[in-house]
Design a protein around this ligand. Structure first.
Ligand code: ADP
Length: 303
């Protein structure tokens, strides 16, 4: 049976933050797609109106580094979002012990991540849930951001404990201190965590609670001083942490080049107003120095 008279359902791909994801065939184009079923729950009426209007905006974004939203429609009380089907994701690449990532490969994957993010930020949309399994990889090696805009539309993922755990590792300090107003810097911090994870092949800051997450950050990067982050003490959940000094970047990411470490340190700037922007990061000399980013079609992917 077809959904919306157009999509032939295949197997379940997985259960995500917002609901089940199916593989399907688009009978109109023959293309394989992934359909994300979003439970609208009790806010059914309210969400529909604003959500559908915003989804229209997401549908209009066409970019090589952003997953295409092909279609969106309500069906049996659920919102269905139809995306292009992607082979794998960056988490699978990072975790695969059979994959060797050269410095050029890392540069290529990270450059595509930032390019996708730059498009979001240019449209004044924050991703808010950047993590390696939201960076999908197509059969041609192109990396594309998934799920952007959804966090704001359907509430922060995190109601489900398992998702909260993973998202926490990428959370910026201003969010952990309860900032209500925040900006593009939260995505930059998360991207920095992903960069470090690509370099080290393991999550960079693995806290097991929000308090512990801040502890893990300070243990590596040192506690922020007043001059580094003057507004910190005004944040809602501010508490004093016993002071620790920053470890050298060379020690935190032993395999990284000097250019990579310079960019990394700028992404992990404490004061979100001073933190490098995505556009500035893309213009950093790391991306123009040798080795150049690997051609996406030649990037290693899981077998
Ligand atoms: P999460 O909320 O944990 O990020 P998602 O809802 O994004 O999870 O996805 C759930 C599952 O569906 C995952 O296994 C993911 O790999 C798969 N998936 C999501 N989007 C796509 C897509 N466009 N193509 C192929 N698989 C996808």
């Amino acid at each position: 049976k077809k959904v919306a008279d157009r999509y032939l359902k295949r197997e379940i791909l997985g259960e995500g933050t917002y609901g089940v994801v199916y593989k399907a065939i688009d009978t109109k184009t023959g293309q394989t797609v992934a359909i994300k079923k979003i439970r609208l729950g009790k806010q059914k009426e309210g969400v529909n109106f604003t959500a559908l209007r915003e989804i229209k905006l997401l549908k209009e974004i066409r970019d090589p580094n952003i997953i295409e939203l092909i279609d969106a429609f309500p069906h049996k009380g659920n919102l269905h979002l139809v995306f292009e089907f992607m082979e794998t994701d960056l988490e699978a690449v990072i975790r695969d012990p059979n994959i060797f990532l050269s410095p050029g490969d890392i540069k290529s994957y990270f450059q595509m991540t930032l390019k996708g993010l730059a498009v979001c930020h240019k449209k004044w949309v924050l991703h808010r849930d950047m993590k390696p399994n939201n960076l999908l990889i197509g059969s041609n090696g192109q990396l594309k951001l998934a799920d952007f805009g959804l966090a704001r539309l359907f509430g922060s993922p995190g109601r489900k404990f398992t998702h909260q755990v993973f998202a926490r590792w990428y959370r910026a300090p201003e969010l952990l201190f309860g900032a209500k107003q925040y900006g593009a810097g939260v995505d930059v911090w998360a991207a920095g965590c992903i960069f470090a994870e690509l370099l080290n092949r393991r999550p960079f800051l693995q806290g097991d609670s929000d308090i512990d997450q801040l502890g893990k950050i300070f243990q590596k990067l040192g506690t922020p001083t007043h001059s580094q982050w003057p507004d910190l003490e005004w944040l809602p959940d501010f508490v004093e942490y016993s002071s620790q000094i920053a470890q050298p970047w060379r020690k935190l990411c032993p395999t990284a080049s000097d250019d990579a470490l310079d960019l990394l340190s700028k992404m992990f700037t404490y004061d979100p107003r001073v933190r490098i922007s995505v556009q500035q990061a893309l213009e950093h000399r790391y991306f123009t120095s040798v080795p150049l980013p690997t051609d996406p079609a030649k990037l290693p992917r899981p077998a």
